[in-house]
Design a protein around this ligand. Structure first.
Ligand code: GLP
Length: 237
C-alpha cells in the first residue's frame, strides 16, 4: 500500500481531491466508486467547488455508491441517497441516471443485489474506488466475517456499527438493522483504491488493517491483496 501521511483532515481532503480530479481528467468515461460517512465530506466539498470552477466535468462520469441502509426512503436524511445528494450529486453536473446507489427499499433485495452487480459489470470496471474505514474494520458495510469473494449482498449490521452510526439518528433504535453493500471482491477489482482514514479513534484498527494478517475478521485487511491502494491518513502508523 502506498501511504500518504498528512497532518490533518483538511490536508487529507485536499490530497484526495487532487488524486480524484487527476484520475477523472485522465480517463474518457471514468467510473468512480463513492463512499459515505463523515470522512469523505471534505473531499466532496472540494469536488463540488472544482466542478463549479470549471476544473472538472462530471458529464461523462458514472458513479457507484458502496452501500445503503435497508428500509430508509431516499427522503430520509439518514439514507445514503440523501447524503450523496446533499454532499455531492445535487451540486455537480452529473446526469442523475449515471449515479448508482443500491436501492434499500427494493421489494426483492436479492434481485436488487444482482441488478447492482450487473450494472457495475456493464460499466466495465471501477477506475477509482473511494473507501472509508469503520472502527470494526468494515469497508462499505462489509462487516467482520465477510468473505473476500463477496459481491453485492444484504448484511445484518454489527452492534458496533449501529452504535457508532446512532450519532446521526434520534436514537439507536432507529438505526436500520440491515444494509445492502458492494462486496469485497468488487472493491478488489477496482483499478485503484483511495482509502481515507482520519482521526485517532481509527488508529488501532488502521494499524491492524495495514500491518496485521489478512483476515475476514477485519474486512479492510483484504486491501493488502490489492496492488494499487493509496491510503491517505493523519494517523501516525
Ligand atoms: C459507515 C459506512 C462506511 C464508512 C464508515 C466510516 O458505516 N458504511 O462506508 O466508511 O461507516 O464512517 P465515518 O467516515 O463517518 O467514520
Amino acid at each position: 500500500m502506498n501511504i500518504i501521511k498528512v497532518n490533518n483532515y483538511e490536508e487529507m481532503s485536499k490530497k484526495a481531491a487532487e488524486i480524484v480530479l487527476e484520475k477523472l481528467n485522465k480517463i474518457e468515461k471514468p467510473v468512480l466508486g463513492l463512499a459515505t460517512g463523515s470522512t469523505p465530506e471534505g473531499l466532496y466539498k472540494l469536488m463540488c467547488e472544482a466542478n463549479k470552477a470549471g476544473d472538472i466535468s462530471f458529464q461523462d462520469v458514472t458513479t457507484f455508491n458502496l452501500d445503503e441502509y435497508v428500509g430508509l426512503p431516499e427522503e430520509n436524511e439518514q439514507s445514503y441517497h440523501y447524503f450523496m445528494d446533499e454532499h455531492l450529486l445535487n451540486h455537480i453536473d452529473i446526469p442523475k441516471q449515471q449515479a448508482y446507489i443500491p436501492n434499500g427499499l427494493a421489494e426483492d433485495l436479492e434481485a436488487e443485489c444482482a441488478r447492482y452487480d450487473a450494472a457495475i459489470e456493464a460499466a466495465g470496471k471501477i477506475d477509482l474506488q473511494l473507501l472509508g474505514l469503520g472502527v470494526n474494520g468494515h469497508v462499505g458495510f462489509n462487516e467482520p466475517g465477510t468473505p473476500v469473494t463477496s459481491r453485492t449482498h444484504i448484511v445484518e449490521l454489527d452492534d458496533i456499527t449501529r452504535e457508532v452510526n446512532a450519532r446521526f439518528f434520534e436514537d439507536e433504535a432507529e438505526v436500520p438493522t440491515k444494509a445492502i453493500t458492494m462486496g469485497i471482491a468488487t472493491i478488489l477489482e477496482a483499478d485503484h483504491v483511495l482509502f481515507l482514514v482520519h482521526g485517532e479513534k481509527k488508529a488501532e484498527i488502521l494499524r491492524k488493517v495495514i500491518n496485521g494478517e489478512v483476515t475476514e475478521d477485519i474486512p479492510a485487511s483484504a486491501l493488502q491483496l490489492h496492488p494499487n491502494v493509496t491510503v491517505i491518513t493523519d494517523i501516525e502508523l
